[in-house]
Design a protein around this ligand. Structure first.
Ligand code: GDP
Length: 297
């Protein structure tokens, strides 16, 4: 997993403090110094690390630890809670529209995993939540993208709405929603166009779709292997589109995934799902507390 290196280092660090019957201020200082280095080395944003360490220190040197019977474990609990808080605290749910269908717009750079995630999300909604989703091919610039979504739809036995490459994405999205209403689909997931880099045309088009269909969720798909770029991309998309959630893909990869941990702190938007592989069932709801436990062992 992407956090393996970070996880190993943090586990080594906290092991030293776990069994301590008494935790001195010096112990806490040493531990936080090592936690800080581990996070920086894993590519977590500098300012995010600074704020996190400050909070851990304040709490770990405070009453909650001093008065505890097992101060070593209490310190670790603090680190775990703060790490979970950094990634978003409680897990946030996916929206449900008062009147179906619930409309989800998927956005992100080309190659981030947007189309795959569109299929995975539909699969998850059907399997775990008993929903009846419809996929929408609104990337009209790349015929291959439409084919890719149609192939996914076939594999999953789910309908894909497409008007080919000649139609306007705003019309495609609106017609898809009408069709979903007629056919009683309760979720419409729109796969929009991506580009290799953020540009004004792309953002303009995405804003137009958003204004026209008024989606219940705008999910930004981000490749966790792209390091600080992932954070910058998330910031720009959020500025222009006010996204409602982030999907981190490729967390199964072995590059330092730490940057991804900064996304929530930098944008304030929750990470809702994590892609853990190429297969269509490898999308998980993102639980910050479980992820923190996984990282800290
Ligand atoms: P798009 O251009 O954003 O629509 O990206 P695609 O959906 O075509 O995905 C780009 C590549 O990333 C494909 O080869 C996917 O199989 C792969 N991919 C997507 N999500 C994941 C993931 O969570 N883990 C891994 N290992 N690969 C992924």
């Amino acid at each position: 997993m992407a956090f393996e290196g970070l996880s190993d280092r943090l586990q080594n660090t906290i092991k030293k403090i776990t069994g301590k019957g008494k935790v001195s201020e010096q112990d806490v200082k040493e531990m936080t110094r090592e936690v800080r280095l581990a996070l920086l080395e894993a590519d977590v944003n500098f300012k995010v690390v600074k704020d996190l360490i400050k909070r851990i220190k304040e709490r770990a040197i405070g009453q909650e630890v001093l008065e505890s019977l097992t101060p070593g474990q209490q310190v670790i609990k603090v680190v775990k809670e703060e790490l979970a808080e950094l990634m978003g605290g409680e897990q946030s749910k996916i929206a449900v529209a008062n009147k179906p269908p619930t409309v989800i717009m998927m956005v992100g750079l080309q190659g981030a995993g947007k189309t795959t995630t569109t299929g995975k999300l539909a699969n998850l909604l059907r399997k775990k939540h008993n929903r009846k989703p419809m996929l929408v091919a609104a990337d009209v610039y790349r015929p291959a993208a439409i084919n890719q979504l149609e192939t996914l739809g076939n594999q999953l036995d789910l309908p894909v709405f497409s008007l080919g490459t000649e139609a306007n994405p705003v019309d495609i999205a609106n017609q898809a929603i009408e069709k979903a209403k007629e056919e009683h689909h309760d979720y419409v997931i729109i796969d929009t166009a991506g580009r290799l880099h953020i540009d004004e045309n792309l953002m303009g088009e995405l804003q137009e779709i958003k204004q026209s269909v008024n989606p219940d969720e705008v999910f930004l798909v981000v490749d966790s292997m792209t390091g600080q770029d992932a954070v910058n991309v998330a910031e720009s998309f959020d500025e222009q589109l006010d996204v409602t959630g982030v999907v981190l893909t490729k967390l199964d990869g072995d590059t330092r995934g730490g940057a991804a941990l900064s996304i929530r702190a930098v944008t304030g938007k929750p990470i809702k799902f994590a892609g853990m592989g190429e297969k269509l069932d490898q999308l998980e709801a993102f639980h910050p507390d479980r992820m923190a436990s996984r990282i800290l062992g």
